[in-house]
Design a protein around this ligand. Structure first.
Ligand code: 3PG
Length: 394
């Protein structure tokens, strides 16, 4: 892949830069977060060197609640980049093209959500999006590793039409995740959260592939493994059924049967008493309480910490419990801190995990690398080819 150093002098060049500003929207407002920060660095560099930067990005998926215009993103991103970012509510109209053609050096434009246009799904250079925008640009920069698994037009369509380059954020993510694919042993995965499809696809490739030695499971994954083993989790079972998580049980069972010796499960849990205090329970006591548990307990934390300390490589993804509530934050906070103190190479995975770190006051700089990718990172670690990276190689 060619990077920004190969792009050479960017002064006066018009660059289409694909970033990922896909963010949580709370109360109608864009939250921003680690992705905004990493792309802001790339954009600031290009703008300071005199490039005319035209940003392409998406928000949400068609039909979903968070499928929204990027208008609010321009302001939030501008704050991260410490630059003015001008928003256009169009993507490749004559008006936008003529504004781009008249841009002055260092200016930054953000165009409308690429997923508002059916062309985005075609992943083709034969689209108006590519034909019109490439006519006013000198090069395409893919800065978002996190969308590289999507064969979308704004990700792969400019390949072969414009010179294509990897941005700084993409290059850093590629380097760190490549190190995880050829890791120093022993390798420990510390997996929590509620994104079971992601957890399962990672385990179903890394365990048979032999790239992981120990898997510490908390969050919903830990609970599903315990249910698959026949452990009674009392009220939590109904909760997991209601949310549709138990449909994954056969896959968890299969993993346990084949790789059980590598999978480490919680030994105790925490629930909230009637006064809002945290109470911890051994596994056998859990069914007696009549309330669902929402964090791992101290014995589990202690055992997981020891394994983390003795690891040469640690990958942590997802919170151990419902850390948003103070009485359930201990598991996530202590495990994140243990990973941060590990002397080996440590990687924090996924956008949500980065947000949890911030909330719990664990500094991102204490880790080897904090990824801002979700699905793309997992597909990469699972050894799949990512269309965005393939297009850059072409
Ligand atoms: C992400 O949030 O992982 C990326 O923005 C990709 O979003 P998608 O899963 O909706 O394609």
């Amino acid at each position: 892949m060619n990077g920004l150093d190969e792009l050479g002098d960017v002064k006066g060049k018009t660059l289409l830069v694909r970033v990922d500003l896909n963010s949580s929207i709370e109360g109608g407002k864009v939250v921003g977060g680690p992705r905004f920060e990493v792309h802001a660095e790339t954009v600031r560099e290009l703008s300071s060197k005199g490039a005319k930067v035209v940003l392409l990005a998406h928000q949400g998926r068609p039909g979903k609640k968070d499928f929204a215009s990027l208008k609010g993103h321009a302001k939030v991103f501008g704050k991260s980049a410490k630059r003015k970012v001008k928003f256009f509510d169009e993507l490749f109209s004559e008006r936008v093209l003529s504004k781009i053609a008249k841009m002055t050096n260092g200016k930054i434009f953000l165009l409308e959500n690429t997923r508002f246009y059916a062309e985005e799904d075609l992943g083709s250079p034969e689209t108006l999006m590519v034909k019109q925008l490439s006519g006013v640009a000198d090069a395409f920069v893919l800065d978002a590793f996190s969308v590289a698994h999507r064969p979308h037009t704004s990700v792969v369509g400019f390949s072969g039409v414009l010179p294509c380059f990897a941005g700084r954020a993409l290059a850093k993510e590629f380097e760190a995740l490549s190190k995880l694919k050829m890791p120093e042993r022993p390798v420990t995965y510390c997996l929590g959260g509620a994104k079971m499809e992601e957890v399962l696809s990672l385990l179903e490739t890394s365990l048979p592939g032999g790239t992981v030695d120990r898997v510490l499971c908390s969050g919903v994954a830990g609970e599903l493994f315990l249910l698959a083993k026949g452990v009674d989790l009392g009220a939590k079972k109904g909760f997991l059924e209601e949310k549709g998580f138990t449909q994954h049980l056969p896959r968890f069972k299969k993993l346990l049967e084949e790789y059980g010796e590598k999978i480490v499960l919680p030994e105790d849990f925490a629930f909230e008493d009637k006064d809002g205090f945290r109470v911890e329970l051994d596994l056998e006591q859990v069914p007696k309480v009549g309330k669902p548990v929402f964090d791992v307990g101290s014995r589990t934390i202690k055992g997981f910490k020891k394994i983390i300390r003795d690891s040469a490589t640690v990958f942590v993804k997802g919170p151990a419990g419902m850390y948003e509530k103070p009485c359930f934050e201990a598991g996530t906070q202590q495990l994140f801190k243990a990973v941060a103190s590990c002397k080996g190479f440590t990687v924090v995975g996924g956008g949500d995990t980065g947000t949890a770190l911030k909330k719990l006051g664990v500094r991102a700089s204490r880790f080897g690398y904090v990824s801002t990718s979700g699905g793309a990172m997992l597909e990469f670690l699972a050894g799949r080819k990512l269309p965005g990276l393939e297009a850059l190689n072409d």
